[in-house]
Design a protein around this ligand. Sequence first.
Ligand code: ADP
Ligand code: MG
Length: 610
Amino acid sequence: MSDIIQLLPDHVANQIAAGEVVQRPSSVVKELIENAIDANADTITLLIKDAGKKLIQVIDNGKGMSSTDARLCFERHATSKIRNAKDLFNLHTKGFRGEALASIAAVAHVELKTRLADEELGTCIKNEGNTIVSQEVVQTAQGTSISVKNLFFNIPARRNFLKSESIETRHIIDEFLRVALAHPQISFALHHNNKDIYDLRAGTLRQRIVSVFGNKMEERLVPINETTDILNITGYVAKPEFAKKKRGEQFFFVNDRFIKSPYLHHAVVNAFEGLIDSSQHPSYFLYLNVPANTIDINIHPTKTEIKFDNEKALYAMLRATIKHSLGQYNVAPVLDFTRDASLDTPYEYKDKTPITPKITVDPNFNPFKTEDSPKSYPSSSNKTFTSKIKDVGNWESLYTDLDIKPMSEPKQSQLFESEQEIETGKTFQIQKKYILSTIKSGIVLIHQSLAHQRILYDDFLNKMTNKQGSSQQLLFPISINFQQEDIELIQTIKSDLEHSGFVFNDFSSETIVIGGIPTLIKESEITQILEQLLEDLRMEVPDTNFNYVDLMAKSFAKSVSIKTGKNLSPKEQETLVNNLFSCPNPTTAPNGKTIFKTLNLNDIDSIFNS
Ligand code: ADP
Ligand code: MG
């Protein structure tokens, strides 16, 4: 048989690469602005027409390119930013792959004008679908101007996939603001369809935040500042009283790059613990600087995730620094850790004669006996036990509302072989966060909220994919106001929402009227749940493989799940454990986190023998 393998021509390879680098107009915006920053520009202007579908132009006053470089910059793997593999571990530029311009030119019509500072004339090159169609000497300002027209002219599927103008504009503004917030010392302007949207003068970080988010921000910001060997944190958090119902003003930058990190986000939220309600979101603008060789950003050009060498230490430092700053600004209650509040004498007791407490000892209590239920406890403690159950009695009703009864007969999960099988009934709640359950081989420690998310996620996903979500009719339909772009987003996922049990009576440009909701969702929480869903959708960069149903199931599960801090009655704990282990994959939560850990007798023994 003859040979059949051939190398792909460059223009095909570029088009394939473009599929990853250029997902939508905002990806072009990001790449072009980042190039301008790498070229040391201190003034950057972005011009957009029709949400980038007609035109995306970035003009900078950076160092410009020679005529040879101007031609070469469109080649794949053509970069001035790294020379060898070693440089990869010490990156100080945004770009380094030499892929962006090649990818953009593969799927658009590009015009590049550029001039070096010490040259009189510059170069203008037109590149259409990776073919250079003209090169001329031109008069032009120092720096570079790149305009991108007819994006995806040769990939109709992608062009058709683009969302409405308002959604694409939102994505562009998001990218623009992320870079603008990362570089307050650079002036940025954004014009859309000849309207001025932003005109941000160079200044301090505080000035930049205020000019983006408005004067009201001024009084809200609490500065954060900490320098250690492995990390330098600066920036601001907003005072807890200004925490928001909607997420949004939450920004992490690592070495001047916007990143998303659920892990570090958790550290911030944790620092606010006790200061804000769990349904509220703190605003933050945090800038982490770490040695370039301790992070790996070489993951994917469009991804905003990042890998740190010492994530745990960063978490602890971030949390402590924010807590400290909130405390310094007198916004955190001053806690006296040396005093145990339970030992304080209530005022009304101060004149009473102390009575020696009577201690009841249960002579029959055997800590090594595993079979007996609490009936062998002394009667006094038994009393408090029952009264506690009474306190949380209303929680059972919540559970019935949430319908977390076993979806099917609990199947024995593969994880627990016969000798390890779970003995339900012996569960304990720890710090209103974990459930400890005995199993034959030892114990299992379960994160209550993650466990519930897994159960709900499976249920939502199942109902939505089979299009049989059960719906509860609302006596009085609810009208909710949204911004126009949010309404459009809801329109796009309308049928999936209906499969989950939503009934929409009406859609106008700013209001939706809901006549029915999924049975798992409470009427009072509906606005919050939809806002969260929109937020989650906006945080994703949908590509062709994007699965709305999965994201919706995740989002709903997260919103509806019981949270840390909720008391659960023994019955609820038991149901939760049973339901969890009847899920096909009880080990990981929809967000990828571990739901439970087991400790067998050997593990426990080794704790004591070490
Ligand atoms: P990368 O940024 O990864 O190097 P790009 O494809 O984005 O790859 O750009 C290729 C090269 O073109 C850059 O390395 C840089 O030398 C040059 N370049 C791109 N944009 C500009 C600009 N605005 N000003 C000066 N040089 C630029
Ligand atoms: Mg680049």
